[in-house]
Structures are given as C-alpha cells and as structure tokens.
Design a protein around this ligand. Structure first.
Ligand SMILES: *Cc1c(COP(=O)(O)O)cnc(C)c1O
Length: 546
C-alpha cells in the first residue's frame, strides 16, 4: 500500500479538494449514481468466503501509522469490504427487513453528510430542528389524528415534544419505557422522583417490590434490553406464550393482576403491531383496555408495522393504536429510509418532560433543543430523509407500496399452500409469512402419526429446513431467513420455519416461484429428504394395515 505524505499541506488537501474525477473513489461514486443495482451486482460477489477468512483482512489491532492515498484505500474497501457485504437490493433476498431504497437517498445522504448538522441543539441545527419536530408531528397525526389546534399549540412548543427521534426501534422502545417509568415513579412530596433519587429509593418510596412489563413471547428482544437498561431487570419482562402468535388480552390481564397482587406494579403493557418474526398484530384495542384496568402505561411497538397506517385499506389492522400512550415506529423499516431512523411518539405532549434534561452550556431551559428529551446526544439530520421520503412518496405512494407488499405476501402464501412440497405455517397479516418444507406424503403421515412419531418427523423437518436455508444462503442467489415457532397443535413444541419479509418493491412473483424451485432442488439433493419420505411412507402403510 503506497504511503501518502504526512504533512499538514497534504491533510489540508484532503479536507478541501475533491477526488479527481478519474480517481477510484470518484468512479465508485459515479457507478453508484448511474446504476446502484449494477454496482452491487458487480461488486458484492457472494463467494463462499467464511467469516473466519474475512476476519483475516481485519486482524491488525494497531492504528495505521501513515496516511494512505484515498484512491488506494477506496480500492481496498472494494475488495475487502464491499465484495463481502450483503446485497440488500436483491429482489430475491427476502429474509430481512432491510431492502432496496429509492434512488434519491444517495444524493440526499451526501447533502446530509455535507451539512453535518447536530440535532442535539438549535445552535448546530437551526432549521433541522423545526423540520424534525414537524416529522414527529406528522407521525403523531398519522397515529392519533388530533385536531389542527392541537398541532398549532404543540408542534413547535419549547415546553413539549410529540416524540423523540432516534437511531432505531431499540432506542425508541427504551425511550418510551423510560418516560413511562419516570412518570410512574415521579416526584411527590418528600420524594424527588426516580430520575433524581434512583430506582431503589423509588421502590421504597412507592412501596413496590418490582416493576414489570407485559408482552407476548413474540416481543422484540429490544424490550428485554430496555427493562435491563432501565434497572427493572430482565426477569421483570413478563413474556406470555402466544400459540396464535398474538397476545391474548385475558392472559395479559390475569398475569398483570397476579403480579400486582404480589406487591409488584405493572409498568406497561406492550402491544406489538407487526411482530418481527411473523408480522402478527396484537389486539391493540383490547390491550388498551387491559392497560387501563391495570392502571399502567400502554406502549405499541409498531417498529415494523407502523407504516401500515398509510394504507386506507389495511390500517384497520392496527385498530386501537390511537389509544396507546406511546408508539415506536422505525422509518428505516417499511418507510424506505436508510438505517438510523427510529421514532418514539407520545400521545400526550407533556409526557416527554418526564425525561427532560438541562445542562448549562447546552440544552438551556426554555430552548427548543431536541437533545433535552432524547436519550441520545449528538444526532445527525436523519429526520430530513424521513421528511423528504414523506414528501416524495406521499401518503398515497406509501399506500401503494404497503398494499402491494401485503398482496404479494398473500399471493406467496397461496403459492406455498398449493405447492405439494411446502406447508404454510403462518398466514400473512402484514407482509411477513413463515412456511416450511413438508412434502405431501409427510403432511399425510403427520396426520396419522402417534405422538412420538410426530415429534421425530418434526425434528427431521426442522433439520431439513435448516439445511436448505443454509445451502440456499451459501449458494448466494437468494436468501430467506429462519426462525422457531411454538405450535399449538404440538402442545407448544417449537418447529423451525422459513421466514419471509416481502419488503422489497422490486421482488416479483416470478422471483418467489424461483426461490421455491431452488429450495425444492436443494432439498431433493439431501439424504435427509429421502429418509423423511421413507419414514412417512412407513407410517402411512402401517396406518393402512391397522
Ligand atoms: C426491528 C424492530 C425493533 C428494533 O428496531 P431497531 O431499529 O433494529 O433497533 C423493535 N421492535 C420491532 C417489532 C421490530 O421489528
């Protein structure tokens, strides 16, 4: 690797002069702008390189002593990093919530980095602050639909916040429960509040054993991080079984009552609007009643599913969301904004004050600095990307994409259902579904098999799914993910399934047919597939003879 000069003059150049238009970096930039799909398909070469091999390229712990030429560095990024990254734009990569993005994000992100605003305070962000407040207001409006006078009063109020913009759903969930905690254990006569006095003093003052959060087993692991970070402890995340994939309100209520009878207090009930694994939506309206009954906070984690609110046809699936105290929405999921854009939205504009923080040199009292009510400090202007996407696509544009994703998931579900080699394991509420390989003969055998045989067949099917998923991923043409789901008909036993997220607008039904065909090919080449069919035949024969 060539060494660049170590001189202030040279470094000054790096700060002030663009790369020459024939340089490697400029070429990369041009290729990305001209045709990102082509760039990715040329440079992201999914060779079978193991992670261990890749790690060798990133092994040195010492900081490079001398400067490198930008062009040479760009070249090494292409070979070491880009080549072994993941092509999230590929229409046949349907296992992630991360998908292709609209083109305008490339130049917009340059504008974002070029301006390098810091939203922590007005002094370093100016118009970005009202913009972010407006974005939060738009999402608030989408969820809670308050009157114009409400937004006139609160959207730009220095004493209020309609939400907290942050880097993602995890921080949004933590922020929402942080606000809930500080409100519940707030200051009273003789007690300065949990924010000042700490959790131990708060439990003593309020005479509480433990604070708990109720959600279903399908709750995102960020909720577990949240109760940990907020000092409640992971054991106080009360995750209830949900064989139908959604939290049963009567279970949540019974659990909450039992918990509170033991001297504990339920901090919040969390409803999920689009589970990460299957896309199911909890009965939000009923859960709002449960929270009311228990006298606790109601949070809705709509990180993935929140964008469904853009669709007039599908928004009813989130009925009851407007009764939430707080809602998490990730713009970097179904709102097609680059990574790093999450929001916690609060129904009551006063609520964010429960976590308001002032500091002398920054975040002065009475200022509109957003940093006063966010968990994060320095933050970039990602809200601009949300703002622009909301304008460029519009509600009706989003509606078309969301509706199309859901329709595509339904079409794929039908394709799987009719296919003799597959079995649908969860039907799509939103644009997620799960299924597994399960040849027709095995499906019949499962009906006839005794308990023990059934378990054995299922274990074989699990291994087949894992084998096919891995082989497909390694072949590099397409990607579906996998997860484990408990099944009611198997007395809560978990099975391994393929998980599909239809988020990429570029995915066609033909892509989906090809993915199934590839899976069948892979399976038929496995010894396990033959064993499984043989075992199934024996079970069917035994049943016929009996
Ligand atoms: C993705 C997701 C999260 C976490 O969001 P990040 O942006 O990954 O931090 C939380 N909840 C649900 C339901 C999600 O789908």
């Amino acid at each position: 690797m060539g060494e660049a000069q170590v001189s202030l003059k040279h470094l000054f150049r790096v700060f002030t002069k663009p790369e020459h238009k024939d340089s490697k970096l400029a070429q990369i930039e041009q290729h990305l702008s001209d045709n990102i799909m082509d760039f990715l398909s040329q440079h992201v070469v999914t060779k079978k390189t193991s992670l261990e091999e890749i790690e060798k390229d990133f092994a040195l712990p010492s900081v490079p002593e001398s400067p490198e030429f930008v062009s040479e560095h760009a070249e090494s990024l292409l070979t070491k990093l880009v080549a072994h990254s993941v092509n999230t734009y590929s229409p046949t990569f349907i296992g992630h919530m991360t998908s292709a993005l609209p083109y305008f994000h490339l130049p917009l992100s340059k504008l974002l980095v070029g301006l390098n605003q810091n939203l922590v305070k007005i002094e370093t962000s100016k118009a970005f602050t009202p913009l972010e407040r407006q974005v939060l207001g738009m999402m608030h409006n989408l969820i809670f639909d308050e009157a114009d006078a409400f937004y006139d009063q609160y959207l730009h109020s220095a004493k209020h916040a309609l939400g907290a913009f942050c880097s993602g759903g995890t921080i949004a969930n933590i922020t929402a429960l942080w606000v809930a905690r500080n409100k519940l254990l707030g200051p009273q006569k003789g007690f300065s509040g949990v924010a000042r006095a700490g959790l131990a003093a708060a439990y003593r003052h309020y005479n509480i054993n433990n604070l708990g959060v109720i959600c279903s087993k399908r709750g995102h692991y960020s909720l577990s991080k949240a109760v940990d970070a907020l000092g409640l402890g992971r054991e106080q995340l009360l995750t209830l079984p949900c064989p139908q994939q959604t939290l049963r309100p009567e279970d949540a209520l019974a659990q909450g009552r039992r918990y509170q009878e033991e001297g504990n207090k339920v901090l919040a009930v969390v409803g999920i609007a689009g589970t990460t694994e299957t896309g199911h939506v909890d009965p939000l309206d009923e859960l709002a009643d449960v929270a009311k009954e228990l006298g606790c906070w109601f949070h809705v984690d709509a990180a993935w599913g929140g964008a469904t609110l853009f669709s007039s046809t599908n928004r009813a699936k989130l009925h009851g969301i407007s009764r939430a105290d707080s809602v998490t929405i990730d713009a970097h999921k179904q709102m097609y904004v680059p990574m790093g854009a999450g929001m916690a939205i609060f129904r009551d504009p006063e609520d964010a004050n429960a976590v308001r923080h002032h500091a002398q040199y920054i975040l002065r009292e009475g200022s509109k600095d957003l940093g006063a009510t966010t968990l994060e400090g320095s933050r970039n202007g990602m809200a601009m990307m949300v703002y622009s996407t909301l304008h460029i696509l519009g509600r009706r544009g989003y509606e078309l994409i969301i509706d199309q994703n859901i329709e595509k998931a339904q079409a794929f579900a039908q394709m799987i259902d009719r296919h003799s080699e597959f079995m649908l394991t969860t039907t799509p509420t939103l644009s997620l579904l799960t299924y597994r390989i399960c040849p027709q003969g095995v499906q019949e055998a499962l009906q006839l098999a005794g308990e023990e045989e059934k378990i054995k067949l299922n274990q074989k099917l699990d291994r087949l799914v894992v084998g096919v998923q891995k082989a497909q991923r390694e072949a590099g043409k397409s990607f579906v993910s996998r997860t484990r789901l408990e099944r009611e008909e198997l007395n809560g036993l978990a099975i391994t399934v393929f998980r599909v997220v239809l988020a990429n607008p570029l995915t066609t039904e033909q892509d989906l047919r090809n993915i199934l065909a590839e899976q069948v090919d892979i399976a038929k080449g496995m010894r396990l597939y033959k064993e499984l069919n043989k075992a199934a035949r024996q079970i069917v024969q035994a049943a016929v003879q009996a």
